[in-house]
Design a protein around this ligand. Sequence first.
Ligand SMILES: Cc1cc2nc3c(=O)[nH]c(=O)nc-3n(C[C@H](O)[C@H](O)[C@H](O)COP(=O)(O)O)c2cc1C
Length: 220
Amino acid sequence: MDVSEAVARRTSVRAFKPDPPSAAVVRAILEGAARAPSGGNLQPWHVHALAGAPLAQLLQRVAAAPLQVPPEYAVYPPELWEPYRTRRWRNAEQLYAAIGIPREDKAARLQQMAKNATFFGAPVGIFLSVDRRMGPPQWADLGMYLQTVMLLATAQGLDTCAQEYWAFCAQPVRDFLGLPPERMLFAGLALGWRDESAPINQWRSERDPFEAWGEMRGFD
Ligand SMILES: Cc1cc2nc3c(=O)[nH]c(=O)nc-3n(C[C@H](O)[C@H](O)[C@H](O)COP(=O)(O)O)c2cc1C
């Protein structure tokens, strides 16, 4: 699979089969992704990958803990404006429509959202953390690392879902992993093979056309 195919095939998968990928494959993905660029080659990412008993223990602890309000960091700006507000709204509408949850059924929506805290049933849960003293450029570096992990996973036939939701469960995760106080939990990543029969995996997110966000000048 070449890079273009991996980019086109990657989607956020929200229902997984339980079969675990091998330790060697997971390690190769996480290690290979460290070829991602970072400003000044700081390599500001820290990574924890959990499977089997440690993953089950962590998920139990998270399930027993209250949701963290406020979360580890502001996942979105307080009042989203256009066009972001509509994009976010449409994305959520389409996701819930794909699994037959109507807009007014808040309880069902919350129940679906809570599945984030199980890594959507994925056999591997990965956490990315970063030193709190780092700024937006290093957060961008983490994003590049994260996308490289997702593309390498795709090249292995695996599936992923990046999850900021973990910012709402940061304390039990931090305690379990033994993160030092200066280390902020940035995101989780579910990793495994998609459950092809799950309705939530049938839906594909939209993208705005190039003209909405891009411009090219000086080309023939
Ligand atoms: C940093 C990051 C955090 C995300 N957090 C979540 C999350 O907590 N839960 C979730 O279901 N999807 C999450 N997503 C997935 C986005 O919703 C998804 O990327 C977007 O809707 C586009 O869909 P696609 O990934 O299938 O192309 C996250 C994606 C990124 C890049």
